[in-house]
Design a protein around this ligand. Structure first.
Ligand code: ZN
Length: 299
């Protein structure tokens, strides 16, 4: 078991900015403090280069990111002010998912304590996402011939719209997204399979829908690799989620994903995804729970 982390790449945010940047460090610290991960299992994520990102991202968009020339509208859509640190951190986060995926192909499992930036499209960033780490990892490994088919299981409360759009015409990538019908992004893309959830959706309804779809999705996609966007913003304490899942419900969700990977011997990569509880403790606890379940299943 190995996890890549990016929290030392700190991004300065203006006072009062709603993005909980501290959660990445807190998740890592709690995982270490509780012995879920040992220090030697953690690796500092390394930035990917521009050529790697270009497997999915548009050249002009990448140039603007690297040169810091994104315009006001593009930055507003991302939701962060531009800084060299933001670029470095976004590169490291994508690097973490790619490293974790390479590791998973050898060892069966790997994780990124960042990543899951599923709102980034080929030619623009959106919703706190600059580059799409899931898409970059999937496309890179497909191009190298390291995998034949990839399944993206996106259980963040927001639709994985960027990933869906990037792979719209790529039959080797199956994008599965289960998300709030009334939540961001308000113009949804078409994933290979989308499951929309009503506001206030609770554990029973959520897990029932997951049981209805997830085994079929594994069957239909026959993946050589699963990239799991394990966002915990479906938690009832979340300020953006609009759903009503409990901590136990989220852990039952995670178990279903891991059990299917395990029983079918499919390597899995866990990425952190969203979580916006205030205070942030409930989000941190939920993301730690994902790792507890991962270790319980994979050792
Ligand atoms: Zn989200």
């Amino acid at each position: 078991m190995r996890a890549w982390y990016s929290d030392p790449y700190e991004v300065p945010l203006p006072e009062g900015h709603r993005f909980p940047m501290a959660k990445y460090r807190l998740v890592r610290e709690v995982l270490l403090a509780r012995g879920v991960l040992a220090p030697e299992q953690l690796e500092l994520a390394q930035p990917v280069d521009e050529a790697t990102l270009a497997v999915v991202h548009d050249r002009a968009y990448l140039r603007a990111c690297f040169e810091g020339t994104l315009d006001e509208a593009a930055l507003r859509r991302i939701g962060f002010p531009w800084s060299e640190a933001l670029l470095e951190r976004s590169l490291a986060s994508a690097g973490g998912t790619l490293s974790a995926a390479r590791h998973a192909l050898v060892h069966g499992v790997g994780g990124n304590l960042a990543g899951g930036t599923h709102h980034a499209h080929a030619d623009f960033g959106s919703g706190y996402c600059v580059f799409n780490d899931l898409a970059v990892a999937a496309a890179t490994l497909l191009r190298e011939g390291a995998v034949e088919r990839v399944l993206v299981v996106d259980l963040d409360v927001h639709q994985g719209d960027g990933t869906a759009a990037i792979f719209r015409s790529e039959p080797r990538v199956f994008t599965f997204s289960m998300h709030g019908a009334k939540n961001f992004p308000f113009r949804k893309q078409v994933s290979t399979r989308d499951v929309e959830l009503p506001d206030g959706c609770d554990d029973a309804r959520y897990l029932g829908l997951l049981d209805e779809h997830l085994p079929e999705v594994f069957e239909a996609s026959a993946p050589s690799l699963v990239l799991y966007q394990a966002g915990v913003d479906a938690l009832k304490e979340d300020t953006l989620g609009r759903l009503h899942l409990s901590h136990e419900g989220l852990r039952a969700r995670d178990r279903r994903v891991f059990d299917l990977c395990w029983s079918r011997a499919v390597p899995v990569v866990v990425t952190l995804g969203g979580g916006y509880a205030r205070p942030i403790d409930a989000t941190v606890e939920a993301s730690v729970g994902t790792w507890v379940e991962l270790r319980r299943r994979f050792g």
